[in-house]
Design a protein around this ligand. Sequence first.
Ligand code: HEC
Length: 161
Amino acid sequence: MNRTGIMIACVAILLLACSSEESTHMTNVDADHSKMPDTEKLVESAKIQIEQKSVAIVEKMQPIPSALPSVEQNSGLALAKKSGCLNCHSVEKKIVGPAWRDVAKRYKGQAGARTQLIAKVKKGGSGNWTEVTGGTPMPPNSPRVAHADIETLVDFVLSLE
Ligand code: HEC
């Protein structure tokens, strides 16, 4: 082969190499382009899902009550729970014993109610809430529950109204 022959061969090889590289390059670009709409669709549907989920979460969230129980009420309830009172009482509903809000309403402003209720909670007994309880007595809570705790609990109940 003479020089020109070699040159032509080289150019031809170069051209071939380039064109084949270009063609693979092209197909890659084409492939990417054809994938793009899919990716966009995926991203779009993911966005919609996230939006729908956050709307669902916001809808499920409970509104924050405007009147949150005070610290005293929370600690009163904690002491009541610890002392076993909440097995039979709740603030709003009759369970075995009367709702404590009803107890507070009944004794509101009555002199001597505090002392009387402290004695009743210590000793237990029946007769004051028969229409609600059907006559079930409250068992004695003293000495199981300390005197000071019973005082705190009665103050808590009377603070409810
Ligand atoms: C086993 C159930 C039971 C438990 C435990 C219990 N109670 Fe009662 N409670 C009753 C019942 C029943 C009455 C209604 C008594 C009545 O009719 O006089 C009552 C009544 C009361 C009353 C109103 C009393 C009155 O004469 O008006 C108060 C105050 C009270 N409970 C506080 C408490 C506290 C504080 C505790 C915890 C230390 C407690 N109770 C634990 C059943 C229970």
